[in-house]
Design a protein around this ligand. Structure first.
Ligand code: NAD
Ligand code: DAU
Length: 331
């Protein structure tokens, strides 16, 4: 079988980084190209072990740099593109929306143009359940692939815009694609601005943990390695043009998540500090993953097994998140 060229954008980030490692471990016949701008969220120390392998190459580039991206695609003629690169943090999109439009919308459009120019076999666009907006508290109601797009934050609006562009390039130009919409991920190498790694690092340092509002908002947590397996399946088996929701039925309130971490680490709930709520804070996310399950996916982690593994990972790998928090990894 001939070797395949797989471009992974955003492979220095949290999910893309785990996906790079997942793919490198599973497919020795793939040449893996990790393209990342190395923004504040990008970190290559996680790839020290694979960086020397012959079938791995890192390219520092901006997905919105049309000239550079088109030239790269012409030169390398990738078979597959799995697109993670994005500005990903909701709070940052509230204080500075412009970079979200530039990277998430315009950057995606550049990749779509480049992909159709060389005729890739498959473009997988990694999106989010946040494009569906928010759910009410009724536990019987879930996001399905048919739920209308009603994004509420500048971040989710930029992701919904990119989803629509991917769909349009399929309808108009016949670009082979899938869109995945996943719930909240957690696991190793999660940047410590997000709720779970922020809480673990603060509790380990005996610092206050900020909980927005009353802590009653619900998120549907999925271990990042289960997400990687889902994307792998969609890349190879996904029906061309289809959207797949990814989630493992692990709904928890934010307060439950924070308390679980505090109790596991044997610390006091006095560390919890209720702070001013996020603007436009979505109440509840919850995924119906039936369509992906029919394709053959099922998660291997429950929230209990996944959070225990994650807390242990952050405890054992404190030097990783400490260098991120101190900014040392940029030097
Ligand atoms: P992340 O912020 O950890 O990583 C994003 C990566 O993209 C970083 O390495 C960054 O350097 C890179 N990047 C940013 N701008 C770039 C640009 N202009 N050009 C090239 N690279 C650039 O994000 P993440 O949490 O790993 O999320 C990855 C993808 O998955 C995103 O598209 C996000 O919308 C989506 N997603 C995330 C979650 C989650 O819970 N984290 C859930 C569902 C979907
Ligand atoms: O649902 C998928 C989305 O999950 C992804 O598309 C996003 O890229 C990812 O960042 C994540 O978005 P959230 O806004 O849900 O994640 P975050 O970790 O920022 O917040 C999780 C919940 O915790 C949310 O209800 C806000 C709350 N929160 C967050 C932080 C950072 C707090 O209460 N305190 C905090 O300090």
């Amino acid at each position: 079988m001939s070797r395949k060229k797989l471009l992974i954008t955003g492979g220095a980030g949290f999910i893309g980084g785990n996906f790079v490692q997942y793919i490198m471990d599973k497919y020795s016949d793939y040449d893996v190209y990790n393209l990342d701008l190395l923004t504040y969220a990008g970190d290559l120390t996680k790839h020290k072990e694979i960086a020397e392998r012959d079938n791995y190459r890192f390219i520092q580039a901006d997905i919105a740099d049309r000239g550079a991206i088109l030239a790269l695609f012409e030169q390398e003629r990738f078979d597959y593109v799995v697109h993670f690169a994005a500005e990903s943090h909701v709070d940052r999109s509230i204080t500075d929306p412009a970079v979200f439009v530039r990277t998430n919308v315009m950057g995606t459009q550049v990749l779509l143009d480049a992909s159709r120019t060389i005729g890739v076999t498959k473009f997988v666009h990694v999106s989010t359940d946040e494009v569906y907006g928010e759910l009410d508290w009724d536990p019987a109601v879930f996001f399905t692939e048919e739920t209308p797009l009603q994004p509420n934050s500048p971040y989710s609006a930029s992701k919904a815009s990119s989803d629509l562009l991917v769909r349009a390039y399929h309808e108009t130009f016949g670009l082979p694609m899938n869109i995945t919409r996943c719930s909240n991920n957690y696991g190793p190498y999660h940047f410590p601005e997000k709720l779970i790694p922020l809480t673990i690092s603060r509790v380990l340092n005996e610092q206050k943990v900020p909980v927005y509002g009353d802590g009653g908002n619900i998120r549907d947590w999925l271990h990042v390695w289960d997400h990687c397996a889902a994307i792998d399946l969609v890349l190879h088996e996904g029906v061309n043009g289809e959207v797949y929701n990814v989630g493992g039925h692990n709904e928890r309130t934010n307060l439950e998540v924070v308390k679980t971490i505090i109790h596991t680490l044997g610390k006091s709930e006095d560390l919890i500090e209720f702070v001013t709520d996020r603007l436009g804070h979505d109440k509840r996310y919850a995924i119906d993953p039936t369509k992906l399950e029919k394709l053959g996916w099922k998660p291997t982690y429950t929230f209990e097994t996944g959070i225990a593994q994650t807390i242990k990972w952050y405890t054992d790998n404190a030097e990783w998140w400490e260098q991120i928090l101190s900014g040392e990894y940029r030097k």
